[in-house]
Design a protein around this ligand. Structure first.
Ligand SMILES: Nc1ncnc2c1ncn2[C@@H]1O[C@H](COP(=O)(O)OP(=O)(O)OP(=O)(O)O)[C@@H](O)[C@H]1O
Ligand SMILES: [Mg+2]
Length: 367
């Protein structure tokens, strides 16, 4: 089941899509509206709705376009309700889109051809795919049959995931007796036993403690490097995104806001820098002294938020005015930047034309 793409990507994480390069995932003007039943509360309204059904369309995805090159790991970001899960469901063939064109490994996903399904995996942190009452190992066996994995390949892959995810005895316990983190490790293992070329990961680390998040993250990274798999990942944990993705696609209200390097996102959307100053005199108060907003203070270490354009001038003044032991200039945390992106978009209102709202970094593909 080794696709030609596997051999093409030697060091996948170091390669991002070059113009003209073949796309593993290609999305053009993808749209999805859900038809939802609508009725007012109360018995009268319930009875009325039996006779006359009122419906309304909810638009979840409003025409997004992007491409993923072989071996790319791309973060798919957006606030709650942005349309991320809807998009991943369309790309993995679970949902039929309302419009647009998509190809994944050359296939139209919603046709759900066997050869397509054998090469992809969708992991949803919010959903169980393993059967609750039986050990994960039994579900793995079932997947082996469904995906027609040859026994030697299956054994090799099982050994590999068991080691990488430290599954050990977990896979022999009924799934319902596992902790959330243990179950998630088994979910990820089950989804990858058939060695998919394309992974759609929808919040694979949700609710997990920091150690378990790191473990799953490390596993995704190893899998990507070892097999050249292409990964589209959603996560509300920026640590996942920073560790795995050099490129991010940001959507909001079903519209693409940004597609480019993670570093470029910070550069473009953050109007501030963080200055950390260590003062010789720890009692010195910088509040109201025109160096910028004091956001934290701790035993002579003062953190200032300074408009990007003023950084050089403020730094110069700090050094000449005060006895400074140390000074560092940092970009703000990525969480803050993402928040600013969404806040700016919300302030711009729903009337934003998606075509002009999208901020696509053309050179990003070669970052
Ligand atoms: N089956 C459905 N029927 C009707 N509306 C739906 C359905 N699924 C999703 N929606 C709506 O579509 C929009 C996008 O939902 P989606 O689950 O894709 O968001 P998301 O970006 O994955 O959010 P989250 O970060 O909370 O997981 C939301 O407004 C949601 O209420
Ligand atoms: Mg979701």
């Amino acid at each position: 089941m080794v696709s030609p793409l596997t051999t093409a990507a030697t060091s996948p994480s170091d390669r991002l899509g070059m113009p003209g390069e073949v796309s593993v995932i290609s999305v053009r003007d993808l749209r999805k509206s859900y038809r939802v039943a609508e009725r007012e509360a109360g018995l009268r309204a319930s009875l009325h709705s039996l006779v006359r059904r009122q419906t309304r369309d909810v638009t979840a995805v409003r025409g997004i376009s992007f491409d993923l090159a072989p071996g790319e790991v791309v973060g798919f970001l957006g606030p709650n309700g942005a349309g991320k899960t809807t998009t991943l469901k369309m790309l993995s063939g679970l949902l039929h889109p309302s419009g647009g064109e998509t190809r994944v490994l050359g296939y139209v996903p919603w046709r759900r051809q066997k050869d397509f399904l054998r090469q992809i995996a969708l992991v949803m942190g919010q959903r169980n795919q393993l059967t609750w009452d039986i050990p994960a190992l039994d579900s793995f066996e079932l997947n082996r049959v469904i995906y027609r994995i040859a026994l030697p390949d299956y054994r090799r892959m099982l050994d590999e995931v068991t080691e990488l995810l430290d599954l050990g005895p977990l896979i022999r316990k009924p799934v319902r007796n596992l902790s959330l983190g243990e179950r998630m490790k088994c979910e990820v293992a089950a989804a990858l036993l058939h060695r998919p070329q394309v992974l759609f990961l929808d919040e694979p680390t949700i609710g997990l403690d920091v150690t378990m998040q790191r473990r799953i993250r490390g596993f995704i990274d190893t899998y990507n490097r070892r097999y050249g798999a292409t990964v589209l990942l959603t996560s509300h944990y920026m640590a996942d995104v920073e560790a795995l993705c050099r490129r991010v696609i940001v959507i909001h209200h079903g519209t693409l806001l940004y597609d480019g390097g993670l570093a470029g996102l910070v550069e473009r959307f953050s109007g501030y820098k963080t200055l950390i100053v260590e003062l010789e005199d720890p009692s010195l108060d910088l509040d109201g002294r025109d160096y910028g907003e004091v956001v934290a203070r701790e035993e002579g270490r003062v953190t200032l938020r300074v408009p990007k354009a003023d950084t050089a001038a403020v730094t110069g003044r700090l050094l000449s005015d005060l006895a400074v032991l140390d000074l560092t200039i940092e970009d703000p945390p990525i969480e803050d930047v993402i928040e600013q992106v969404f806040a700016a978009e919300s302030a711009a209102g729903a009337s934003v034309d998606p075509a002009t709202a999208a901020s696509v970094e053309p050179e990003s593909a070669a970052v």
